[in-house]
Design a protein around this ligand. Structure first.
Ligand code: ACO
Length: 369
């Protein structure tokens, strides 16, 4: 807020919200609120200092219809400095980062929210769905909560309407990913996975509410496969720390496994929180993989598995040279002892080389413990 010096912190002034139709709001429990959250970064929009000059009690109200992401932008303040040449144009600056045609009239926006809630359907192909309770903590009285369904859709800029949809959601990249920037739409090869909360109205009609998304870029990879690089990944604050990031990541990984044309998943410049999420999910996946653990760590594998396990995809592995991964690693970390064995698994699991070797080191440490 302006402390008499007419400057405002742009991260505080910019107020975001996801707006649901009246009927959909009634279905929310009292502790579920999607009203008003703030960005982590606004420097790409309002400059390095993240300050806006010339206002007192400035509020930049940017609202999104919860599914279609139709936008409303309105700026209010208690006082504005007269010296107009030095006053920042709070709305004008932001408007350059969102598509034109956003609402500035609240009544019009709210009626659009009502219409979109019924007509909006996710674009693309459903690739993953899961259910969970709306909040992490169990109810104090021990009763079970109604579960909510979530769905992940895969789309490209060629899917009808998705280019426009992407233009509405990409602002979240600037607001939440450090050094995030808009993608070049002219480049071929962008793919997207978008996560929605799916609720049902009393009459059975489903409504969809945006939770987060990830953009992926596919590189041609000699001789005929593509490498998919995860480029951007965001879960909106009201949905963070409830396992949705993990589900979206798993959806992407399973999508990669299911595409014969994709050779591996790589990640572009991951933020620490994302690296953490990736490590946890990759490790969980490997630990649950009985054959991998049994072959790599012997019968006393970290899972305590008795074998049985997954049937190999028919590829013969370099079994004769296999030395349990942990056996030479005692007391020091090192690469897997049998490169051919590890490389075969890495290719099958479609994990990028550096990440795979990090995971193996972590498994060796777990095994030593
Ligand atoms: N009960 C309790 N805790 C839980 C539960 C649960 N049911 N589910 C998850 N958690 C905890 C996890 O243990 C984890 O905690 P920890 O980090 O302390 O170990 C934490 O919640 C996060 O896990 P998720 O909930 O699966 O992840 P989330 O949905 O919060 O998404 C993300 C994480 C993507 C980093 C999100 O915070 C975000 O979008 N941040 C801003 C943007 C960003 O940084 N994106 C990554 C940029 S890097 C890139 O784009 C390549």
């Amino acid at each position: 807020m302006a402390g008499g010096d007419w400057t405002t912190d742009s991260n505080e002034a910019l107020t975001l919200s996801l707006v649901r139709a009246q009927e959909d709001k009634k279905a929310l429990r009292s502790d579920e609120s999607f009203e008003q959250f703030h960005p982590t970064f606004t420097y790409p929009i309002y400059g390095e200092e993240e300050k806006i000059y010339g206002y007192e009690d400035l509020v930049i109200d940017l609202r999104f219809a919860s599914g279609s992401l139709a936008q409303f932008l309105s700026v209010s303040y208690a006082k504005k400095l007269d010296a107009s040449s030095t006053v920042d144009n709070a709305e004008g600056i932001l408007s350059e980062f969102i598509p034109p045609g956003y609402d500035t009239d609240e009544a019009m926006f709210l009626s659009r929210v009502e219409e979109d809630a019924i007509s909006f359907k996710p674009i693309g192909r459903l690739v993953h769905s899961y259910k969970r309770s709306p909040r992490i903590h169990a109810l104090p009285d021990g009763t079970s909560e109604e579960t909510i369904e979530y769905e992940v859709y895969h789309a490209t800029l060629d899917d009808p309407g998705f280019r426009e949809y992407h233009r509405r959601m990409q602002i979240f990249i600037l607001l939440y990913i450090e050094a995030g920037s808009y993608i070049n739409e002219e480049e071929e090869g962008w793919e997207f996975v978008v996560l929605y909360e799916k609720r049902k109205r009393a009459n059975g009609t489903p409504t969809y509410h945006f939770v987060g998304y990830s953009s992926l870029y596919n590189f041609y990879c000699f001789p005929e496969r593509v490498r998919l690089r995860l480029s951007q990944f965001v879960i909106l604050p009201p949905y963070q720390r409830q396992g949705h990031g993990s589900e979206l990541y798993k959806a992407i990984y399973n999508y990669v496994l299911s595409c014969p044309a994709v050779s591996e998943l790589t990640v572009e410049d991951p933020a620490e929180a994302f690296e953490d999420l990736r490590d946890r999910n990759d490790l969980r996946m490997l630990l649950a993989h009985e054959q991998f653990i049994r072959e790599g760590f012997g019968d006393s594998g970290v899972t305590g598995s008795q074998g049985g396990g997954r049937v190999s995809k028919g590829k013969s592995r370099a079994r004769t040279q296999v030395v349990p991964l942990g056996s030479k690693g005692k007391g020091k970390m090192g690469p897997p002892v049998d490169r051919a064995w590890a490389e075969n698994w890495r290719k099958d699991l479609k994990i990028a080389s550096r990440q795979f070797h990090r995971l193996v080191e972590m498994l060796i440490l777990l095994h030593l413990d």
